[in-house]
Design a protein around this ligand. Structure first.
Ligand SMILES: Cc1cc2nc3c(=O)[nH]c(=O)nc-3n(C[C@H](O)[C@H](O)[C@H](O)COP(=O)(O)OP(=O)(O)OC[C@H]3O[C@@H](n4cnc5c(N)ncnc54)[C@H](O)[C@@H]3O)c2cc1C
Length: 362
């Protein structure tokens, strides 16, 4: 029987799989998508549609992992003047600030290079894509997993199951028999999926014209008619020049303007950076439409970074066979990639201390 089934091939699941692999332990990882990485997603050119930044000053785990994997990083570009727009009709003003992004760094080739490097450490036969977990049943000595795949339903047994996915998706999409306790259900439900309601715009240009104008590419719009909340320079020294932006409109507003989002974004870019900015090749990625990242509750986002670290989410249940992960379960760095790694370390310790101990690989 399989020792540990990991559900979720985002950074949390991959990092845990990598720890189990190094320890010679038996595991299999399942993800509903046809790709690994979860919220980590980059275009073929290496532009990040999900996470972009990590902060070495206070995120030791992700910083160390990137160094260990030998990935090339670079500071977020901030040379030049930053823009601030308060008035929807008026020109943006200049704001003076050093280190706007708090010492953030990016990966050359995009964050997807982290996923690729982690996956390369894992045997392909342990990674099962396009497998959606729909139900779990406690069978005493093991857990029965019900997974949907193209060929139909697959039922598997495992001694341990790790749910390496956003807590709200666990509560919303998976049937548990017996049901989870009410406090645990409440903790899962009350834990927003960080950034799941966000949408990003990418605008590509033949050259970084804003740099020639003495601008950094960083702009913030603080007014109710803003389409883009925040832009930044996402060039990486190769190919086209790129600006990236978080969309200011809520998921509901985006639904209403769906057909016109490109036009709205191009017009706002033009207001901020001048007419050349209207002519970018645009790409729009809306995470709120992605059912494997965004729960129904997440479509009404919180405005501030939620307070993560609910201890209820860090206690295994079903006689310590069922474990909860995902970055949002972390005691440190919750919601961020740092949290996904913190949670992976905690899950590994939980699995190592179960009375049934790990089955070693055959
Ligand atoms: C737009 C955006 C910008 C962000 N910016 C940053 C940033 O700059 N810095 C930073 O540190 N973090 C950022 N984040 C957050 C970061 O992406 C997450 O912290 C991290 O990727 C979470 O990893 P995870 O493995 O915990 O979860 P996920 O990446 O969500 O992985 C969960 C996995 O579970 C799978 N899954 C879901 N349901 C099922 C099911 N029923 N059966 C099987 N599989 C299932 C999903 O397909 C997914 O692969 C950002 C996120 C977004 C969306």
């Amino acid at each position: 029987m399989l020792d540990t089934a990991i559900i979720g091939g985002g950074l949390n699941g991959l990092a845990l799989a990598s720890l189990l692999q190094s320890a010679g332990r038996d595991f299999a990882l399942f993800d509903a998508r046809d790709r690994l990485g979860g919220r980590i997603l980059s275009t073929a050119e290496g532009i990040d549609l999900g996470p972009t930044w990590y902060w070495p000053a206070h995120q030791p785990r992700i910083t160390r992992l990137i160094a260990d994997l030998g990935l090339e990083s670079m500071p977020q570009w901030e040379e030049g003047q930053h823009l601030l727009q308060h008035d929807p009709e008026g020109k943006p003003s200049i704001f003076e600030q050093t280190d706007v992004h708090g010492g953030a760094r990016r990966l050359r080739g995009g964050m997807q290079s982290l996923v690729k490097a982690l996956a390369a450490r894992l045997p392909a036969e342990r990674l099962h894509l396009s497998h959606t977990l729909s139900a779990l049943r406690d069978r005493g000595a093991h857990i029965e997993l019900h997974l949907r795949e193209a060929a139909g339903e697959r039922v598997l047994s495992a001694r341990n199951v790790v749910l390496a996915m956003p807590p709200r998706l666990i509560e919303e999409r998976i049937a548990f028999e017996p049901a989870l306790t009410s406090p645990l259900q409440a903790s899962l439900r009350n834990c927003p999926t960080w950034m799941a309601a966000q949408a990003k715009f990418v605008a590509r240009y033949p050259e970084a014209f804003w740099r020639r104008q003495g601008l950094s590419g960083t702009a913030t719009a603080h007014h109710p008619r803003a389409v883009l909340a925040e832009t930044w320079d996402a060039c990486d020294g190769h190919g086209d020049a790129t600006l990236c932006a978080f969309v200011a409109l809520s998921p509901l507003q985006r639904d209403a303007f769906r057909g016109g989002m490109d036009l709205l974004a191009a017009s706002h870019l033009g207001q901020l950076f001048g007419t050349s900015a209207r002519d970018g090749r645009l790409l729009h990625h809306d995470w709120s439409l992605d059912r494997l990242s965004c729960s129904v509750l997440d479509r009404t986002p919180s405005r501030t970074h939620p307070h993560y670290a609910d201890p209820e989410l860090r206690v295994p249940t079903w006689a310590e066979k069922l474990h909860f992960g995902g970055s949002e379960s972390a005691a440190y760095g919750g919601g961020y990639m740092e949290g996904a790694l913190e949670a992976a370390g905690r899950l590994y310790r939980e699995l190592s201390s179960t009375p049934r101990a790990f089955a070693l690989r055959q």
